[in-house]
Design a protein around this ligand. Structure first.
Ligand code: GTP
Ligand code: MG
Length: 205
């Protein structure tokens, strides 16, 4: 009798970027379907969970919201480790917040120590598209994403615009990372492969 079951999958998705760009707002809109104009800076770190279905696999997204003000204090902490996808968030009305992403990304790669930094998935997210005083064009953001091999999405937490797509893509990329690295390391990869063929549509082996 084979009583081995595919393990429940939990993906760690982390949001980083300057203070005030809307990381908490975007996450709250996605998980709780709520938004507030009041700004309460995040202190420390917390996560919210949401379950999604990716090509037949049910996965739990553990979305980690970080504090933009704590960039330099977080050096050396294990916060970034074990992430399956990183969302780099900026405010489309702030060139400064966009320029900062390069540093955020590099710090993530140093501190997060992903297994293979060359194939680690980054999703770049431009928030606050509802505002008229835009400073970073879609084209400019796309160009940078092309340069670093990331995917670009933009939307508005306030207006509930294009919230789902970036998280869904983060989940898809994160699941690939998980299958490639986490399962390999924990030896669960084979268990996944023993699932019925029809449930294996995303298995690479
Ligand atoms: P830290 O926790 O300090 O790192 O900031 P944060 O990135 O989590 O930003 P937060 O979500 O707290 O949002 C900062 C401010 O921007 C708040 O006043 C939000 O109401 C506002 N805000 C967030 N998203 C949007 C948006 O899509 N449009 C507009 N107009 N304002 C937004
Ligand atoms: Mg916050």
């Amino acid at each position: 009798m084979n009583d081995k079951k595919a393990p429940a999958v939990t993906l760690k998705i982390i949001l980083i970027g300057d203070s005030g760009v809307g990381k908490s707002s975007f996450m709250n809109r996605y998980v709780n379907h709520r938004f507030t104009n009041m700004y309460r800076a995040t202190i420390g770190t917390d996560f919210l969970s949401r379950t999604v279905n990716i090509g037949g696999d049910t996965v739990t997204l553990q979305i980690w919201d970080t504090a933009g003000t704590e960039r330099f204090q977080s050096l050396g902490t294990p916060l970034y480790r074990g992430s399956h996808c990183c969302m780099l968030v900026f405010d489309v009305t702030s060139t400064t917040s966009f320029s900062s992403l390069d540093v955020w990304r590099k710090e993530f790669l140093v501190q997060g120590e992903p297994e293979d930094p060359t194939d680690f998935p980054f999703i770049v997210l431009g928030n606050k598209t509802d505002l008229s005083n835009r400073e970073v064009s879609h084209r400019k953001a796309m160009q940078w994403c092309k340069d670093i091999g990331a995917e670009y999405f933009e939307g508005s937490a306030k207006e509930d615009l294009d919230i789902e797509k970036p998280f869904l893509r983060a989940a898809e990329c994160g699941l690939q990372q998980y299958k490639k690295h986490t399962l390999e390391n924990t030896g669960h990869f084979q268990i996944t492969c023993e699932r019925p063929r029809e449930a294996r549509n995303t298995c690479q082996c």
